[in-house]
Write a new protein. Structure first.
Length: 144
């Protein structure tokens, strides 16, 4: 069984395998399926050959009816990587209450955005770093 290391580059497929067998040592050809984005039903099929130049990657789209992959006719539109909780969401949560302690603010963000505790904590930290909210005597508030 083989899997790819976390930081595999597009053209280092053959040298990026890790696993429990000797298959890699004798491999001449590698095929790798990569999901460009979890939101779209498209995968990229990449090739690497030991003794020949690699072919261009091919996009394949999953047909939901037949459950077969078909050649994609166009590149998928790039998806804007939106954070689950934006700084504006933190500001909106504070605007509703005026000021709040950390636990209150985190709970309000979790409820409003339907996110995890960790995501809410990271959003509060990011908003503080950006200066969108201010911590003052244990209370968080909007800047004056």
């Amino acid at each position: 069984m083989h899997h790819v290391k976390k930081s595999v580059g597009r053209y280092e497929i053959g040298s990026a395998f890790r696993g429990s067998s000797a298959l890699h040592a004798v491999g001449d050809s590698y095929l790798l399926l990569v999901r460009p984005s979890p939101q779209i039903p498209t995968v990229e099929l990449r090739f690497q050959f030991r003794y020949a130049p690699a072919q261009e990657p091919r996009l394949l789209t999953l047909d939901a009816d037949t459950l077969w992959f078909e050649a994609s006719t166009s590149n998928p539109a790039p998806i804007h990587a939106r954070r689950k909780v934006e700084t504006a969401d933190v500001e909106r949560a504070l605007a509703a209450s005026g000021s709040a302690r950390f636990n209150q603010l985190r709970h309000q963000i979790m409820t409003q955005s339907e996110c995890s505790r960790r995501t809410a904590q990271l959003a509060i930290r990011r908003a503080c770093k950006e200066g969108s909210i201010v911590q003052d005597n244990g209370q968080y508030r909007l800047p004056l």
